[in-house]
Design a protein around this ligand. Structure first.
Ligand SMILES: [Zn+2]
Ligand SMILES: [Zn+2]
Length: 345
């Protein structure tokens, strides 16, 4: 190893592939040779906006879903060895604050983010080595292992719900995250109805286990369209919003059953407000929960699930490319031609 190719984000829709010296891990650090990285809706947002208020500011390397093997291990690293196959999560919590102590590490006051999956090598800082590095299950395809991060977000989202017995669920949005919700809920035995604007994505949803699909229009009528697809038009016990558009937040309230739950997953743009049907919220005792990101427990759960091989998430990886193909893959995601790409450096 002599040079490291790293894809930099310079600003809105501006990237550059740079060659840099391969970093050497210092005390507590490791050097990850990235085997696979996957593109994500967040990467697309970051690429289009030229940054992210919490996660990164340009110019900087980007990409955050990754797996690889350890090419070198710094002094005082006792838990890992050179050659270990690992998944590194893109955030590290402090373990000390009141949120961390309560097992809500995703809300950690000092949460750190790690970016730079679109590269050959990535230096993994000490807090990530200590708290956010996981063994990759033997035999797990690196392309699938890289998706542990988004799947961990899905597991975190589902942990907000009290659902136990199999029941009817609605997922609004058939992007990669919405489709992962579909696959996991179906695997848990739920009857899943999926709503999206794109017929091809509904087809993928059916392949991942959706029992019913609804072609929505992206307007306020969609709540009723989704409601009409539920049993006796009574609404679903759980509605998951996975679009990041306030209209879908509002529609979720219309499609949920009396006493049911709404999980709001999709992050809307800063400053966004959404209408909520207060009559339904109150008289039908709807539980509404916002969920963000993932926790160490859900990263491990996601890896265990991927190792089980039952989710068939390979349907989401609709393009394979090198580092020089990331930008065009992001553009193809923007035009809804592909869901996700896997990047091999
Ligand atoms: Zn992601
Ligand atoms: Zn903390």
């Amino acid at each position: 190893m002599t040079t490291n190719q790293v894809l930099y984000l310079l600003g809105p829709e501006k990237v550059e592939l740079r060659r840099e010296p391969v970093p050497r891990p210092g005390a507590g650090e490791v050097l990850l040779r990235i085997e696979a990285a996957t593109t994500c809706g967040t990467d697309l947002k970051v690429y289009q906006r030229g940054g992210h208020p919490r996660m990164l500011s340009t110019p900087c390397p980007f990409g955050h879903e990754m797996t690889g093997t350890l090419a070198a291990v710094g002094p005082r690293v006792t838990t890992w060895r050179e050659g270990d196959a690992v998944v590194v999560a893109n955030s590290a919590s402090c373990g000390q604050c009141r949120f961390c102590r309560a097992g809500r590490e995703n809300l950690c006051t000092h949460l750190l983010y790690l970016n730079g999956a679109f590269a050959e090598y990535l230096l993994v800082p000490e807090p990530f080595v200590r708290r956010s590095t996981y063994s990759r299950p033997p035999g797990l395809d690196p392309a699938l292992a890289a998706m542990a991060e988004p799947l961990a977000c899905v597991f975190h989202g589902l942990s907000a719900s009290d659902l136990e017995d199999p029941t009817e669920c609605i997922v609004i949005g058939a992007g990669p995250i919405g489709l992962m919700f579909v696959a996991e809920l179906a695997l848990r035995g739920h009857h899943v109805i999926l709503g999206d604007l794109v017929p091809e994505r509904l087809d993928i949803g059916r392949r991942l286990g959706a029992a019913g699909t609804v072609l929505v229009w992206g307007n306020r009528e969609d709540g009723n369209r989704l409601l009409a697809a539920t049993e006796r038009e009574q609404g679903a016990q759980l509605v998951i919003e996975a679009t990041g558009f306030p209209t879908a937040w509002s529609n979720a309230m219309e499609a949920v059953a009396t006493g049911g739950e709404v999980v709001l997953f999709g992050g809307c743009a800063p400053g966004t407000t959404a209408e909520l049907n207060t009559h339904r919220l109150h008289y039908s005792e709807i539980t509404v929960k916002g969920v963000y990101h993932h926790r160490p427990a859900t990263v491990q759960a996601a890896l265990d699930r991927l190792a089980g091989g039952n989710l068939r998430l390979e349907h989401l990886l609709q393009e394979r490319c090198g580092l020089d193909g990331v930008e065009s893959a992001l553009k193809r995601m923007a035009s809804r031609e592909i869901l996700k790409a896997v990047v091999f450096s």
